[in-house]
Design a protein around this ligand. Sequence first.
Ligand code: AMP
Ligand code: MG
Length: 333
Amino acid sequence: MPADKAGIEYAAELLKSGEVVGIPTETVYGLGANAFDEQAVRKIFKAKGRPADNPLIVHVSSFDEISPLVREIPELAKKCAELFSPGPLTMIMPKSDRIPMVTSGGLDTVGIRIPYDKTARAVISACGFPIAAPSANLSGSPSPTTAQHVFMDMNGRIPLILDGGGCGVGVESTVISFEGEDGIRLLRPGFISVEDLKEVTDNILIDKGVLEMLGADARVSSPGMKYKHYAPKAEITILQGDSLAFNAYCSANSDKFDTLMAFDDSDCEGLDCKVLLLGSSGEEQAKRLFDTLRELDKIGAKRVFARCPELSGVGLAVYNRLLRAAAFMVIRL
Ligand code: AMP
Ligand code: MG
């Protein structure tokens, strides 16, 4: 249904009766359910095929709605909320008893986000309870950035998808936790960048799971990072270097790939193969990444060379997702 008044009312009705609904947000589409209702939350895990120890983010529509959900709100969290909420930032805090263990994936903490998207906010307000929502893809697939993506993965599994058009940001929220008086740990990079967070504190630690491969049995601070994710059928190799180096390496190794994932035309000059372009800026790349990963499957790509995003700004988020899609295969040129 379109994300208009009638759609939002119907979504709220379904959510109140314990159902799961596909909802647009500014990051990616979410699969929402009443965060307080264990049975409803279980349906999310079932629809996605998501491991039970992978926690869900709880979405509220204003800062005041956070305090009943947590045991304390760190001072730094208040500062982050002032600067970046509503927006694509998830803050991990010690959870109160109001949040069932099913929702937090068995953890004693809960990730909370106040989305900026007007449909997401309208749905939460109409429900009057917080909405637990992970990305609305099948576990392991690229996150959905259009209602059509959600339909591809969830058709027959959920009763409703609200169609709010393409997502403005395109990658999932930045996830942070707090350490000591003034420390922030980056668990998952997103649109709110390390550079942005430095406005709040200089003491920012990038969690190991952001850039390194973690074993399936690893005890990690951000459980989602240990699972295989975003993976198309094609084998992707990331080539890290500038446009000239990328072009030269591809020319010299033209028998080793059938498709290129590049930024713009200049990366692929003189190369005769299928090309998918992400755009030159980190923001464009974030917006197009997941659709492009789905496109690789559609065009039957088998071996892909992908140009490596910048490791700063939102580029770090693009790199973090692409690394997982490429099973951590990186060649430094
Ligand atoms: P998704 O919404 O599918 O992107 O998944 C949410 C991700 O947020 C999880 O996979 C975790 O990596 C992270 N997350 C959510 N809640 C917590 C938490 N309490 N502690 C640590 N990480 C969390
Ligand atoms: Mg996800």
